[in-house]
Write a protein that binds this ligand. Structure first.
Ligand SMILES: [Fe+2]
Length: 583
C-alpha cells in the first residue's frame, strides 16, 4: 500500500512516499524549481516520488495533505469576532483555504489520473502533521512530543504524548501567540527579511551580549504550565494580519513588528546596512529569550508527561543552538529531531498520521539517516562529465577505485583544497549530510573566510559545521548527543578549539553531524581516510550550493563547481580537479 504525503500551498513544498509503512522517497520542491523554500503545489516532487519508486498515480491508496482548512474553525471565528479582524484579511485567508479545497485538480494532473480516479484524500491539520513527523519515525516507543513554529492552520505550538501508533494531543497555543513570530519579527527588525533568515540571526548571536534581554522579554509573557502570550502592541499580525504570499514560488512575509517595537529596541537595520555591535547584542538577546520561552514550553510538557524522551518539530526545531541545550535545561534525556523539522516535514507527518493514526497500522520504520532523495545512474553521471568537463589544460578528470578516490580526496582536503562531494541519494531537510556537500579542512583558520568569500559568497559571520566520526564525538565535544542530522549545537572541548578553528564558532560551539559507517559508508570512509592522514576525524561540511537550493543533479553540481573557485569535485567515482593555474 502506498501513501503519498504532501505539503502544499505553504512554504517548503514537499512530498514523500510511504510503502507499507516504510519511507521510500522524501523530497523538497525547492530542489527542482531552484527557488529556496518554494511554496505552492509541489508537482515536481510528486512526479519524482512516483518516478523513483517506478509506480503511477493509480498505485496510490491514499494521499495525505498537511493542511486542514476546517481545523480550529471555532478558534478562528472567535478571534475574528473579538478582534474585529479586517474584512480584507478574512478574504485573503478564505482565498488560501479555497486553494487547499481545490487541490483535486492539480493533484490529478500531477498524478496523471482523472479527478474521478484520485485515491482517498486526507486533510491532516498542520500541527498534528508536525507532531507525527517527529514521533512516528523516531526510535522511541513512547515519548513527549512538541511542535513550535510560526503558524499552521491557526496553531503555533502544540504538545502531545505518543505511544506506539497513537498520538494524543495535550495542548495547543493558537493565533496570534507564536514563538516563531517572535523570532521572525526581531529577525526582520535586524534587516534579515527573506523567508527563512532566522538561522542567520542564530549564527550572529554568539558575537553579541545579552544587553537587550530585558527589553525583548517585554515582547512575551510566560504563563504557568508552559503557556505564553505575545504582547499585542509590538506585533502587527494581530490587528492587521500578515499573510504569507508567494510570487513564482518564493515565499515572502510582510513586516511583523510595529513602530512600538522599534521604539523599544531602537532603529531597524536596513537590509545591506553594516552590522554593528548593537545588532549582535539584539541577536544574542533574542536567542536567549527564545531559549527561555522554548524551555518553558518543554518543561511544561515534561511536567505533564514525565516522559524522558522528546520528539521535536516545527520551524523553531531548526534552532540547533536551543536544541543542544534542551538536555541541560529540561528533564528530557533523549531528543529526536528528524532532518526536515520545518514545514517540508509536514508531508512526512501527514503520510505517517494516515498510516499509524488513521489506518492504525503498527510502527515499523525509524528514520536514522537522511538520504531519501534523488539518485542518478552512474552512466548518466559519466555522460554529464564527458559533456561538461573541458579536458584541456584547465582540468584533469579521473575515474578512480574506491581506495584511491578516498585517499586522493582526503589528501586534497588536507592540503587545504575545497572539494565538492556528490554521492548517492540527496538529503532530506535543510542540511547537506555528506551526499551533496562541499568539504574542507576544519583545522585551517583561514578556511572559513576562504569558503565564505570565494565559494559561498555569503555573510562572513555565518559559521560552518563539522562532520565527525560518531566514535570520536566525546573526544571533541562536551556533553554532545549523537545526531546524524546536524540539528544540535554543542561546545567544542576547549583543548580542541585551536585544532578545529574553521568549525568552532566564536563562542566555542559547533553544530556537529555524527557519521556512522552503517548510514553513509563512503562518507564515513572518507573522514577515516582524512583521520589517517591528519589524526583528526573531522571535516568541515557545508551544503553544495551557492546562494541557491542545494544542488540536485550532477549538472547542477558541475555548474556550481565551474562558476565558483572550488578546487575539485568528486562525482560518484570520478575526481575532477581544477588545474592550479586554470582559473
Ligand atoms: Fe509549521
Amino acid at each position: 500500500m502506498y501513501i503519498l504525503g504532501i505539503n502544499a500551498y505553504h512554504a517548503d513544498g514537499s512530498a514523500v512516499l510511504v510503502r507499507h509503512g516504510e519511507l521510500v522517497v522524501a523530497l523538497e520542491e525547492e530542489r527542482f524549481r531552484r527557488i529556496k523554500h518554494w511554496a505552492g503545489f509541489p508537482t515536481e516532487t510528486i512526479r519524482k516520488c512516483l518516478e523513483i519508486e517506478g509506480i503511477t498515480g493509480r498505485d496510490l491508496s491514499h494521499v495525505a495533505i498537511s493542511r486542514d482548512p476546517r481545523a480550529n474553525l471555532l478558534r478562528k471565528a472567535a478571534f475574528a469576532v473579538s478582534n474585529r479582524m479586517k474584512i480584507s484579511n478574512i478574504v485573503n485567508r478564505t482565498r488560501n483555504l479555497k486553494k487547499v479545497h481545490e487541490v483535486r485538480t492539480p493533484l490529478a494532473a500531477a498524478l496523471g489520473v482523472a479527478e474521478s480516479d484520485l485515491p482517498r484524500i486526507h486533510f491532516v491539520e498542520h500541527h498534528p502533521a508536525h507532531l507525527a513527523s517527529a514521533f512516528f519515525v523516531s526510535p522511541f516507543r513512547d515519548a513527549a512530543i512538541c511542535a513550535i513554529d510560526g503558524f499552521g492552520d491557526f496553531i503555533s505550538t502544540s504538545t502531545a504524548v505518543g505511544s506506539g501508533n497513537h498520538i494524543r494531543m495535550l495542548d495547543k497555543i493558537s493565533y496570534p501567540h507564536s514563538l516563531g513570530v517572535l523570532y521572525t519579527a526581531v529577525t526582520q527588525h535586524l534587516g534579515f527579511t527573506n523567508y527563512g533568515d532566522e538561522f542567520k540571526v542564530m549564527g550572529l548571536a554568539p558575537y553579541g551580549t545579552t544587553e537587550f534581554v530585558d527589553d525583548i522579554r517585554k515582547l512575551v509573557t510566560l504563563r504557568p504550565g508552559g503557556g505564553f502570550e505575545l504582547v499585542r502592541r509590538y506585533f502587527r499580525h494581530w490587528d492587521e494580519g500578515v499573510e504569507m504570499e508567494w510570487e513564482g514560488g518564493s515565499p515572502t512575509m510582510g513586516p511583523l513588528y510595529t513602530a512600538e517595537l522599534t521604539r523599544l529596541l531602537g532603529p531597524a537595520r536596513g537590509a545591506g546596512e553594516a552590522i554593528e555591535p548593537r545588532h549582535e547584542n539584539l541577536a544574542r538577546s533574542l536567542q536567549a529569550v527564545y531559549e527561555e520561552c522554548a524551555f518553558h514550553v518543554l518543561n511544561g510538557l515534561w511536567s505533564r508527561t514525565k516522559n524522558p524522551r522528546l520528539c521535536l518539530a516545527g520551524g523553531c526545531a531548526m534552532n540547533s543552538v536551543a536544541n543542544g541545550k534542551i538536555r541541560d535545561n529540561t528533564p528530557f534525556t533523549d531528543v529526536y529531531i528528524q532532518p526536515a523539522a520545518a514545514d517540508s516535514g509536514t508531508a512526512l507527518g501527514a503520510a505517517y498520521h494516515v498510516w499509524n493514526q488513521v489506518l492504525k497500522q503498527p510502527r515499523a520504520f525509524v528514520m536514522d539517516h537522511g538520504y531519501w532523495g534523488t539518485d542518478y545512474a552512474d552512466a548518466d553521471v559519466r555522460a554529464v562529465l564527458d559533456g561538461r568537463v573541458d579536458l584541456e589544460w584547465r582540468y584533469t578528470c579521473e575515474r578512480l577505485t574506491e581506495d584511491s578516490l578516498l585517499d586522493q580526496t582526503a589528501q586534497l582536503i588536507a592540503e587545504g583544497k575545497v572539494v565538492g562531494w556528490y554521492q548517492g541519494r540527496m538529503e532530506w531537510g535543510a542540511r547537506a549530510l555528506g551526499n551533496r556537500s562541499i568539504l574542507a579542512d576544519a583545522r585551517r583558520a583561514d578556511m572559513r573566510e576562504l569558503i565564505n568569500t570565494k565559494i559561498k559568497f555569503r555573510e562572513k559571520f555565518r559559521p560552518f559545521a563539522p562532520s565527525i566520526l560518531e566514535e570520536a564525538m566525546d573526544e571533541y565535544f562536551v556533553g554532545a548527543a549523537a545526531d546524524p542530522f546536524m540539528q544540535q549545537v554543542y561546545p567544542v572541548r576547549p583543548e580542541k578549539r585551536e585544532i578545529l578553528p574553521a568549525i568552532t564558532h566564536v563562542d566555542g560551539s559547533g553544530r556537529l553531524q555524527t557519521v556512522k559507517r552503517t548510514s553513509n559508508p563512503r562518507y564515513y570512509a572518507l573522514i577515516e581516510a582524512f583521520a589517517r592522514l591528519t589524526g583528526v576525524p573531522v571535516l568541515l561540511n557545508t551544503s553544495f550550493n551557492e546562494n541557491e537550493p542545494i544542488v540536485d543533479t550532477p549538472e547542477q553540481a558541475l555548474d556550481c563547481f565551474f562558476r565558483t573557485r572550488m578546487d575539485a569535485i568528486v562525482v560518484h567515482d570520478t575526481l575532477v580537479r581544477r588545474h592550479p593555474s586554470g582559473y
